[in-house]
Structure formats: C-alpha cells, structure tokens
Write a protein that binds this ligand. Structure first.
Ligand code: ADP
Length: 385
C-alpha cells in the first residue's frame, strides 16, 4: 500500500481556467482522505490528476516513493470508482469484475479467486451471475467497488460514488466503505461535495474552494478550529451561526457588539482578539453553543423570535430571527421536549468560551488554529505536520 504526495500541484485548463492552485497534501499509507468543497472547487480535477486521467500542469505527484507525473494511468496501480458506475450491461456481475483482470492477462484461476473474495467482502456472491439491470442501485455500486478491489490497487480513488443513491442507501454504503477501508487497510482518496460524508468517513479532510485548499485536518479539528469563515460555514450541520460585530474596549473588558447584542469577550479569547487587525469581526456560534439565557442573566444576551422548529426526536433545531422580517436564520440545537413554539421571544446566550471569531475583511480565524495542520487561504504555501 502507498503514501501519496501532492507537491505544489496546479491545473490550468485551456482558456486559462485555473482549476487547482498549489495543492500540497500528504496522504499517508492506509489513510482515508476526503477532498470536499462546493461544486467547481477543483476536487474532481485533483482526483483525476492523481488517477492520471488529467495532465498535471505543474508540480509533482508522488505515489509510493515514485514520481508519477508521466506514468500512464494503467501503470499507477490505482483503481477508481466513479459516481456513474458504468458497468457493462451485457456482462454478468462476475464478468464485470473479471474484465479488467482478463485484459491484464491474469490467469483464470487467479481471477476466480479474486472475484470470489471481493464478492464475499461486498456480500454480492449471490448476484455474480446476474446482469447489472437486475440489480438495485446499491448493488451496482457494490459491483463497481468490487471491480476496484479485484485489482488489488495501491490506492483507491472514489469520485462522489454515492451521489446517485437515495438517502438511506447512501448512509448504508458510507458505513460499508468505511468498513472496507478498515478491512483492506488501503490508502483511499474520496471526493464529495457532501460535508457530512467527509466528516463521517475521513481520517483527514481537505477542504477546497475555488481551486485553493483552505484547510487540512481531522474532522474534529476542522469542526472545532476552522481556519476561516468559509470552512466554519461549510463544515457542520446545521451550520454555524454568523453575526457581524465590532470589537470595542470597555475598561478592562473587550466587547463584541452588533445589531441588538453586546457580548463580553471571554478571557480565553482576550489575548488573540486584542491583536485583531480590524475591529470588524464575524462572530461564529455553533447551534449547540447557542444556549438559552437564565432569567436573571444580563450579559451576553441575544434576543430573537422563533420562526421554525424542526423536531427530530432526540433533539430539535430551532430557527430564529432578530428581525421582524424573518429573513435571518439563527439556529439553536435543543434537547427534545424543550417546550418552545413558533413566535416565542427567546433570550439566547451563546457559550462565549466556545464562540469563534473571524476577521470581517479577510475571513481568517482570529483565535488561531490549534493542531498541526493548517493553511491560510491567502497563502499558497502549506504547512503540514
Ligand atoms: P469539482 O469536482 O469540485 O466540482 P472540477 O474539478 O470538476 O470541480 O472543476 C474545477 C473547475 O475546472 C471548474 O471551474 C470547472 O468548470 C473547470 N473544468 C473542469 N474540467 C474542465 C475542462 N475539461 N476544461 C475546462 N475547464 C474545466
């Protein structure tokens, strides 16, 4: 199995379309790394460059200690699973899985062994003699994964493999791929626009936007310490709340003030915020840190009225607005049986020690990013530990 390393990789398409800028990523042997970002951010292009399906404009790609920029896809020892699984309709499941091995002139006995083994891992033994049209979407996607497994690749690449499946099946396949990773102990690189998939599957997540890597880190590092406003808003569901505010000294205290609120900056944030380049900040509050104020509480209050309540059983998501027009969507995550109703006026109180702050101009996190892996969206160099 293999380590994959992207060193300053760039991709410019014809017409000067810069799809990927200075990508620096180390994917360790046996790691499950997810590239995530909105549509058009360059994640598929990155994956296709690793696969060898797209020429690398500049930079170096290393797989298992070998510089592979000029190595054709078939000699890179990788296998790719696509969104549209593209099975051959006239071949049985068995033949679909065996086909790539036959082309490589592998002996029949060996092909049979590998196909049976993969079928067992994926629980599709009983479908081996069916044609793809007699399979469900999930079963077809399993066959597509099987086609990759039989090749015994150094690296598995997945390009949005679950987006054609319905919601329930997607959750199930997500777990199956995670289990497959544990079982095969292979290096896997997975591309998706779905941050929930990224959070639930990745050992490490690479967040991209406009061709630029924003941040690399474990799911919890990205959740707790997003490096900028974009990552903070992209990772997490329901998303982080953002309030425009301004920092102001008030004697010993530092206040973060905005429309209808005056928060006292918590002691653990003072040092960093006193160095903020601009007083204008964006205050980020996760829905689970949007608490309800105690009756006698005076500080750190945010008043809003309830516009929508989503009861999810174990918890509820309460949507609120500070304004009469309801255009704003502040979200609080509440425990079940909370007793609130639409139209109620609420006194919210964010957990000030857990609040995040971003520079209103650059979007950069002002509290610094804990953890070894961090990249500024404005710099192209990547510091990775
Ligand atoms: P993602 O996978 O994140 O949705 P892509 O990697 O497919 O994004 O695309 C990144 C950018 O490169 C987009 O702006 C897209 O329009 C552009 N792009 C992708 N493929 C081509 C191509 N063959 N020629 C020109 N531009 C392309």
């Amino acid at each position: 199995m293999a380590k994959v390393e992207l060193k300053n990789i760039e991709k410019t398409y014809e017409g000067d379309v810069r799809a990927v800028s200075a990508a620096n990523v180390v994917i360790e042997d046996r790691e499950f790394v997810v590239f995530v970002g909105p549509s058009g951010c360059g994640k598929s292009t990155t994956l296709r460059m690793i696969a060898g399906l797209e020429e690398i404009t500049s930079g170096e790609l290393w797989i298992d200690g070998e510089l592979v920029n000029d190595i054709p896809p078939k000699d890179r020892n990788i296998a790719m699973v696509f969104q549209n699984y593209a099975l051959y309709p006239h071949m049985t499941v068995y033949e679909n899985m065996a086909f790539g091995l036959r082309i490589r002139k592998i002996a029949n006995a060996e092909i049979d062994k590998r196909v049976q083994e993969a079928a067992k891992i994926l629980s599709i033994q009983e479908y081996l003699h069916r044609k793809p049209r007699a399979l469900s979407g999930g079963q077809r996607q399993r066959v597509a994964v099987g086609r990759a497994i039989v090749r015994n690749p150094k690296v598995f690449l997945f390009d949005e493999p679950l987006s054609n499946l319905d919601a329930k099946l997607r959750v199930q396949m997500r777990t199956e791929i995670a289990k497959l990773h544990n079982r095969l102990k292979a290096t896997m690189i997975y591309v998706t626009h779905d941050q929930v998939e990224a959070m639930t599957m990745g050992d490490k997540i690479v967040v991209m936007k406009d061709g630029v890597i924003q941040q690399i880190g474990s799911p919890l590092l990205l959740y707790d310490h997003p490096c900028n406003h974009f990552v903070a808003g992209f990772i997490g569901s329901p998303p982080m709340n953002f309030l425009d505010g301004k920092l102001r000294r008030d004697g010993e205290r530092l206040l973060a003030e905005g429309e209808g609120f005056s928060f006292v900056v918590a002691d653990n944030h003072l040092e960093a915020l006193l160095k903020a380049p601009h007083p204008e900040v964006v205050i980020g509050i996760r829905p689970e840190h949007m608490g309800i104020a105690a009756q006698d509480q005076i500080d750190n209050i945010l008043s809003a009225h309830v516009t929508v309540i989503e009861e999810l059983g174990a918890e509820a998501h309460m949507y609120m607005s500070r304004r009469a027009d309801d255009m704003e969507n502040l979200i609080a995550r509440l425990e079940q049986r909370h007793g609130y109703r639409i139209g109620d006026n609420i006194r919210l109180s964010p957990d000030m020690e857990r609040v995040r702050y971003f520079d209103a101009v650059s979007g950069e996190a002002l509290l610094g990013v804990i953890g070894p892996i961090r990249m500024s969206s404005r710099r192209s160099a990547l510091a990775q530990g």
